[in-house]
Design a protein. Structure first.
Length: 111
């Protein structure tokens, strides 16, 4: 449920304009309050979360789902899955036939 693995990654995303809170671009130092909707763009994938409560101090990644609700539509997860399939199936032009390892990865995807 945690969107960014580290705080510097979250800061960089805020500075790039990829994070919105209540439809306004968020700055890195902005505090989040209960009831706010956070929208994060990660490449082509857009994640939407509603903050239920704010912890008093920093908490571990496993406790984060207690403080927010995921509002991301299922279509976004489908787009992400399709994109990962395309990356596995994509081959450089002129790279020849798939190797045995490539075939196993492709079969693992469809098997």
């Amino acid at each position: 449920m945690r969107v960014f693995k580290t705080r510097p990654l979250a800061t960089d995303a805020c500075r790039a304009g990829s994070v919105e809170i209540n439809q306004l671009v968020a700055k890195p130092a902005r505090e989040v309050h209960a009831g706010e909707v956070v929208v994060v763009r990660l490449g082509l994938f857009t994640r939407t979360l509603r903050v239920v409560a704010v912890p008093r101090s920093r908490v571990g990644a496993k406790l984060v789902p207690e403080f927010c609700v995921d509002l991301t539509p299922p279509e976004e997860f489908e787009k992400l899955r399709e994109r990962s399939v395309q990356q596995v199936l994509a081959r450089e032009k002129g790279s020849g036939r798939p190797t045995k390892r490539d075939r196993r990865e492709i079969d693992g995807f469809f098997g």
